[in-house]
Design a protein around this ligand. Sequence first.
Ligand code: DCM
Ligand code: MG
Ligand code: MG
Length: 225
Amino acid sequence: MANSPKTFVFLDLETTGLKGDLPKITEICLVAVHLSSLENRVTDEAGQLELPRILDKMCLCVDPGKPITSYASEITGLSNNNLVKNEKQDFNPCLVHIINEFLSRQAQPVCFVAHNGFLFDFPLLKTELQKQEGTSLTSSLLCMDTVEVFKFLDMQVGIRRESRDYAQAQIYRRAYRKPPQNCHNAEGDVLALIMIFLSKADQILEKETMSNNCMRWGEISPMYG
Ligand code: DCM
Ligand code: MG
Ligand code: MG
């Protein structure tokens, strides 16, 4: 890769439902981690990996303006009722501005990281951004999907992808022998995502892994619309 990323922005979206529901975003969390913190990992007294001390976080709730499925509401704790009661705004130009300014504060180039990002989070974010006039993320932004990355790393050591569950919580359990906290809360999922990334950071950051598993934002197709 010509320009390797200096910042990894871990991303998770909570939504009104699954792909087939033509979902809208109900919560977005971005946490930026500099390459240096991914390379120089910290551990606690027991030798367990810890989150880096230096994290930039952006976490916002969004009124989707469309019904949230009862299952999505149940797992996320976000309902149309509580989002409206709390007077959350819709996905609007202000949110796009915040995302852009958040990204512009990071050392460039930036790489987005999301679990199942190629099939869900990136296309959906693209759909929501597309509805806003004259606003877009820079197409040179890189994107990485940790489902694909973990399958790639397993393949390199001869583990068949069919033999494993690549759900984020399962990868987390394999790495840390305990369940992740705060699942289906965008920040909780992003922090667990950073932890699974840290568990294989050296392999993920290798040139071969990066060049085989990154796409450009410009190559992501919208989910719908
Ligand atoms: N989702 C869903 N049903 C599931 C899993 C997820 O409707 N079984 C939707 C609602 C979540 C969104 O996908 O807000 C993102 O999932 P996750 O929390 O895994 O990031
Ligand atoms: Mg997710
Ligand atoms: Mg989530």
